[in-house]
Design a protein around this ligand. Structure first.
Ligand code: GLA
Ligand code: CA
Length: 682
């Protein structure tokens, strides 16, 4: 219905006929063309086997000090015996600066803090690239942004290859044979089974994944030490391969974890298990290229090269090239400031209020880093709690929940937001664009014609609020409920906002925009968005939310955008006592999300996504505010950095393949723990 009519209206507003107008929701339009961002990056694309291949080479080498101090001293087996039968070979063809030199330090800086090393129990290590370092997953999606369109496929990681059965009901996967954890123990199908059966499916242990997240009715069969087979209830569960990458299918070391798991060790509780690997107990056992060996609270985490890492370059040199990695424990904005100053090597610049100052500094001759702007694949939106009863504490909250579930109210809010002003409040210039919600513009699966946009129109907003029975009955400038459970109450809405300067600017501006239509906003600031108990209990009114890859590559995490399980999306969760109460359009969104996830034909998949996006935006499922680009900042001394958006299939830390980054000897900075290896490596 809408796609073509919307387009016509955008081009020929004067020809708007009554019959066309009837087909459109009142007040809707298409999204205006956004401004061009200067110096957008160009991405070089390859075939999958030009990026990596799984194969044995004739011989392998490692940094000379490892051979001399460890292998020759009998402390470690020779490198060929530490590698899998067929390692993953990172191909020279796709390396921007070619085969590298060993040594040096890669310095990250992050705003998060490690909860512990038990990611199998949903503990975070602090984000910003440290989770990506220690959590290795069955498949890899980060570097996919570099694949040619016709060759788009999930890439190997701990699983090297896979095959669907003829009826597409089961998926057989081969694991890296002979790969080892950083302490020297073999990685096998038992690690996969333990992760799935004893952590994901064990409801008493928190998990980054869930029974349904892999694919409909997923069941795991262990075929042998290096082969697993998934069985599904429905054919072609293609999203399974995406869900077996970060963050959802990165097994923990079963040989370490079983000693803390109640099923295997008497006297242990499930809480013991979750907290079994505290942040300060190092080294942590990982399959990653670097191993955490030292931590100083609120200062730094030091990681050293993993002598068992299972990737090599075409010359047979074991990766990573760099011996040491640091995570300075600071703030998210500090990350960009440090990268600018040259005291950190990498930042996803993602807080618009610091863009202009950063760009000004980067233009100088002595600039330490370069910045690459990507597409507008980040956004801000308001999420309105859609569960009518969950964690409702009083009549005001009850009234707000009912309003949140009323389309007229959501449209009123959308019309009350002046997105141009909001965008310029975040950063002046061409960066931000008006955002209608739904999928991110400028990303591969976006269809501009699918968007229904309820843009700035304060009068219409006021009219809708009045039609909803909201009226300032006591003359204090704030609307009152005149009916329903909250009758007589003022329309005060608590808005949860995170700790960045972006969110401060959003809160301030939303506050005044809502004030102009008679709604009082009470900001609830958070120190740390990751720890928000009220969000998790479904206890909030509204929250601002930064949309990420779920809105760019929609089939990757459908439970974040559609109610396919009680756990999501964040703004309509359910619990045993207060289950989700899905509205008709939500039921249809869930169906469509599952359909496009298992659709193999790209054209059909895109059509389903367009239908989804129309339904999502015409129902204002969340209130889109602005979309904007991020820029990747990397220190100039670092080689092999491909052009990369800060976020595509994964964040840039994963996408740039840090194990291949290197620094010429003359530019290397001193290591804190030179010529050492994690002490647990035997
Ligand atoms: C946080 C940061 C992102 C990115 C990711 C990586 O979310 O805000 O820029 O570094 O961590 O997990
Ligand atoms: Ca009032």
């Amino acid at each position: 219905m809408k796609p073509t009519t919307l387009l016509k209206i955008a081009i020929l507003p004067s020809l708007l006929s009554i019959s066309v107008a009837q087909a459109l929701p009142n007040g809707a339009s298409s999204l205006p063309e956004p401004a061009q961002i200067p110096n957008r990056l160009e991405i070089k694309q390859f075939m999958p086997d030009e990026l990596m291949q799984v194969k044995a080479l004739e011989s392998y080498t490692e940094p000379a000090w490892v051979t001399e101090k460890f292998v020759n001293a009998g402390l470690l087996p020779p490198v060929k015996d530490r590698l899998p039968k067929e390692p993953i070979v990172m191909m020279t063809e796709s390396m921007p600066d070619g085969v590298g030199e060993y040594g040096g330090v890669f310095r990250h800086s992050i705003g998060g803090r490690p909860q512990g090393w038990n990611w199998a129990a949903a503990q975070t290590q602090g984000w910003g690239g440290i989770n990506y370092t220690v959590q290795q997953c069955l498949t890899s999606t980060g570097p996919m942004y570099q694949l040619k369109g016709e060759a788009l496929q999930v890439l190997p990681n701990l699983a090297t290859d896979w095959q669907w059965s003829d009826d597409k009901m089961s998926l057989t996967m081969n694991l890296l044979e002979g790969a080892r954890w950083s302490d020297g123990e073999l990685f096998t199908s038992e690690d996969v089974r333990f992760y799935w059966e004893d952590t994901v499916l064990e409801e008493r242990i928190p998990s980054f994944s869930s029974a349904d997240a892999i694919g409909a009715g997923a069941k795991l069969e262990v075929v042998d030490e290096y082969t697993i087979r998934w069985h599904f209830e429905k054919p072609s569960q293609n999203q399974a391969l995406y869900n077996m990458s970060f963050l959802t299918f990165c097994p923990g070391p079963a040989h370490v974890l079983k000693a803390h798991h109640p099923k295997y060790t008497e006297g242990k509780t499930f809480d013991d298990f979750t907290n079994a690997l505290p942040a300060d107990e190092l080294p942590a056992v990982t399959m990653g290229p670097w191993v955490p060996t030292d931590v100083k609270t609120d200062q730094i985490i030091v990681l050293r090269r993993n002598p068992y890492f299972w990737k090599v370059d075409e010359k047979g040199q074991q990766l990573p090239y760099m011996d040491e990695m640091h995570f300075n424990l600071g703030t998210w904005e500090g990350r960009t400031i440090q990268t600018l100053a040259g005291t950190a090597d990498f930042s996803n610049m993602e807080n618009p209020p610091i863009y202009l100052e950063t760009l000004r500094k980067l233009a100088g001759d002595n600039a330490k880093a370069t910045a690459m702007f990507g597409p507008r694949n980040l956004s801000w939106a308001i999420q309105m709690n859609q569960n009518p009863t969950m964690s409702v504490a009083d009549v005001r909250q009850e009234g707000i929940r009912l309003l949140n579930r009323d389309l007229k109210f959501r449209k009123a809010i959308s019309h009350a937001v002046d997105r141009k002003t909001l965008g310029q409040a975040l950063v002046k210039g061409p960066f931000t664009a008006e955002y209608a919600g739904g999928f991110h513009p400028e990303t591969s699966f976006y269809d501009a014609d699918s968007v229904v946009y309820f843009g700035y129109d304060q009068e219409l907003a006021k009219q809708y609020l009045a039609e909803l029975g909201l009226k300032d009955t006591d003359g204090d400038g704030i609307l009152n409920f005149t009916e329903g459970p909250a009758k007589g109450e003022e329309l005060e809405i608590v808005l949860t906002v995170g700790p960045t300067s972006s969110e401060a600017a959003l809160a301030e501006n939303l506050n005044s925009m809502m004030g102009e239509v008679g709604i009082k906003i009470i900001p609830r600031p958070l120190d740390n968005v990751q720890n928000d108990a009220e969000r998790d209990r479904g206890a909030f009114d509204w929250r601002t939310h930064r949309g990420e890859k779920e809105l760019a590559i929609p089939f990757q995490r459908v439970e974040w955008i559609a109610p396919v399980a009680e756990t999501g999306p964040l703004w309509h969760r359910g619990s045993n006592s207060d289950p989700q109460q899905l509205q008709d359009f939500e039921k249809r969104l869930a169906e469509l999300a599952l359909e496009f996830s298992s659709e193999e034909d790209t054209a059909k998949q895109k059509a389903l996504m367009a239908e989804f996006n129309t339904l999502f935006t015409e129902n204002v499922y969340h209130v889109g505010l602005v979309s904007y680009p991020g820029a990747l900042l990397v220190n100039k001394r670092v080689k092999n950095v491909p052009n990369a958006p800060i976020l595509a299939y994964q964040w840039a830390e994963d996408a740039v393949m840090r194990e291949r980054l290197w620094v010429p000897k003359a530019d290397q900075i001193a290591e804190l723990q030179p010529e050492t290896l994690p002490t647990h490596s035997k």
